[in-house]
Design a protein around this ligand. Structure first.
Ligand SMILES: [Zn+2]
Length: 266
């Protein structure tokens, strides 16, 4: 079994597409690559090219192959959003909350984020952080430096935190600074993307960093692809190239996601 724990219902390029057609493409891709379930992450602002929370629920409907995260725009009424997120958590419609420091100009240590962390702790659901550079913009990574995430992980010991994109291109730094924190997890989204691999120092470098992470924290690494931005086949290859024993490989491909996001599928 495989669970893609990080993707978006979105499309690339100028040509306008209906997001319901994007879902069809996604289902075809999942079939092609043997992915049984996917966790979709909405955009936190209205965006015709990427489903926001409301649009995502409409597109996913009752389809049992999909799970979703919630998200927040911290520049808008945060208390109102928290109430909405709490009702979605109680209704089991979201399995985590995604924050976008770097896409948005705020730090994980921002005062406004603490309400979100408290909510996640209360309901025992993870917070997921976008990290690393963006294409053509390395400066934005100052907002999601894992040193801030470590601060949050130390302050909220029962908060489960997922780092997406391993703070590329500084993956080695990300590993070193976060490795001893049991409540920090990683999804592999974007790690096998050619641009990310090149900027990080090559395929073997990425494999080596991810492998030592898995060996140290076998329950804390989750397969994710960042579809449609990144190629699914290369992300599967990345996990295969770790040359893990079957049990550990199953953890990465699906068991850790089931446990962390409490997915009701087994
Ligand atoms: Zn993403």
């Amino acid at each position: 079994m495989k669970i893609d724990s990080h993707l978006h219902i979105s499309y690339l390029g100028e040509k306008k597409k209906n997001l319901f057609d994007v879902k069809k493409e996604l289902l075809e891709s999942m079939k092609q690559f043997g992915i049984d379930y996917s966790i979709a992450i909405p955009d936190n602002v209205p965006n015709p090219q990427c489903a926001d929370t409301e649009t995502m629920f409409k597109i996913i409907g009752d389809d049992k192959q999909f799970f979703s995260m919630g998200t927040v725009n911290i520049f808008q009424d945060i208390k109102k959003q928290i109430l909405n997120l709490e009702s979605l958590i109680k209704a089991k419609k979201i399995c985590a909350i995604k924050l976008f420091p770097g896409h948005d100009p705020f730090y994980p240590t921002d005062e406004r984020c603490h309400l979100i962390y408290t909510l996640c702790v209360k309901h025992d659901i993870p917070v997921v952080f976008h990290t690393g550079a963006n294409t053509g913009d390395t400066d934005c990574a100052k907002y999601n430096d894992p040193k801030y995430i470590v601060e949050i992980a130390e302050k909220y010991k029962t908060l489960k935190i997922v780092i997406s994109h391993f703070f590329w291109p500084k993956m080695e730094y990300c590993y070193e600074i976060t490795k001893n924190l049991k409540n920090i997890y990683y999804d592999t989204s974007a790690m096998a993307d050619p641009e990310v691999v090149e900027a990080t120092g090559g395929w073997d470098e990425v494999v080596q960093i991810l492998k030592k992470t898995v060996l140290l924290k076998p329950d804390n690494v989750l397969f994710g692809t960042d579809w449609p931005m990144c190629p699914v086949d290369k992300h599967i290859q990345l996990i295969k190239d770790l040359k893990l024993d079957t049990k550990t490989e199953e953890k990465i491909f699906f068991l850790n996601a089931i446990n962390l996001y409490k997915l009701e599928i087994l």
